[in-house]
Write a new protein. Structure first.
Length: 129
């Protein structure tokens, strides 16, 4: 009877550890990003969603791509496309389950946590015509 309980607890522990990827566990699947413009009254948009005038803070999901646009009447749009790079913390998943579930499934497909945005602060200015 006791062996049954120990085996059950060990299996539960293995499943819990397996469904959490290292990059997702340590760095999360989102990043806070601040955006500002040096041009007065420039309206800031992320993927066409308004986030503020002059400056704003938003959350980027690591498994999505974004375009930042600064707009002002009489100016051409200023555009910035955030770039991503590989998060080396992901490789710790090799120690858990050889990376099969923790890296490929959790950090890769489900959360995108195996990538991180290269910057967390952007300055985007509309251009004079």
């Amino acid at each position: 009877m006791k062996l049954h309980i120990v085996v059950k607890n060990v299996i539960c522990l293995i499943l819990i550890v397996s469904i959490t990827g290292c990059a997702a566990m340590f760095h999360g699947s989102t990043q806070m990003v601040s955006i500002r413009s040096n041009v007065d009254d420039a309206k800031l948009y992320v993927n066409e969603a308004y986030i503020g005038t002059g400056n704003g803070v938003t959350t980027f999901r690591k498994n999505k791509n974004y375009t930042i646009v600064a707009r002002k009447e009489g100016y051409a749009d200023g555009v910035a496309i955030p770039t991503k790079s590989f998060d080396a913390t992901t490789l710790l998943g090799v120690l858990l389950d050889f990376g099969i579930i923790s890296i490929l499934v959790v950090d890769g497909i489900c959360t995108g946590a195996w990538q991180q945005f290269d910057q967390t602060s952007y300055v985007v200015d509309p251009q004079e015509k």
